[in-house]
Design a protein around this ligand. Sequence first.
Ligand SMILES: C[S@@+](CC[C@H](N)C(=O)[O-])C[C@H]1O[C@@H](n2cnc3c(N)ncnc32)[C@H](O)[C@@H]1O
Length: 230
Amino acid sequence: MQHKHGHFARPSTAASYAVNTRNKVPGLDDLHRMVMLLLAEQAPESAHILVVGAGGGMETRAMAEAQAGWRFTGVDPSTAMLDAARKTLEDFGSRVDLIEGTVDQAPSGPFDGATCLLMMHHLDKGDRLHTLRETHRRLKPGAHLVMLEHSAPGPDPLLWMTRSVLFGDRSGIGWEQAEATAKTMSTHLSLLSPSDEEDALRAAGFDNVQMFYAAFSFRGWVARAARSSA
Ligand SMILES: C[S@@+](CC[C@H](N)C(=O)[O-])C[C@H]1O[C@@H](n2cnc3c(N)ncnc32)[C@H](O)[C@@H]1O
């Protein structure tokens, strides 16, 4: 499996990650609370949660603060982003295990829930399906996966990405520059339409696929691990 995490391998990216992400993703802290609540619908008080793409540690910290009985296994192929996660999570070290790698390096679980936040849009369709299948394989039947990423909503995905760039900007760039940045991002990211994203979740074995978050180009889903693997 190809790792497209070059950008996140840079220590400078990892260091500025928390501030940038809060600026770019509308309502990030509330979003993390929604993720925790969606997982808690199926996860017990002593849940073990798999965090795919755990770099930076922000979602794991939010969940650990809200759920004193949960423990976490996080995987991420970027050393720099894992180092940032270790710092973010230093108060919760006894409940968090961080592994350098992809979901392939995660233990088999089975886990009581999983997250995959702001990461799938870095993977091409094949790697995405592989990651979703391998995540599904590690979940208890009925457990929830929460996924969030940049999507390509119709009929004009570039318009939505331009709006996201303007939202995240704090320096007053104009529309043209935002659109140019959006074009570059759309070339580098692997963006699927929301319905293709939902199809990928189902193809990987999830059912009850439901969108819970939409903000400009961002979309979030909760899906349930079906009883039999795809
Ligand atoms: C934008 S960051 C998101 C980090 C975190 N999930 C969050 O929401 O703040 C994307 C992360 O995905 C990681 N990544 C890239 N390819 C991956 C893969 N195949 N499996 C797991 N993580 C991956 C990158 O190294 C990076 O840390």
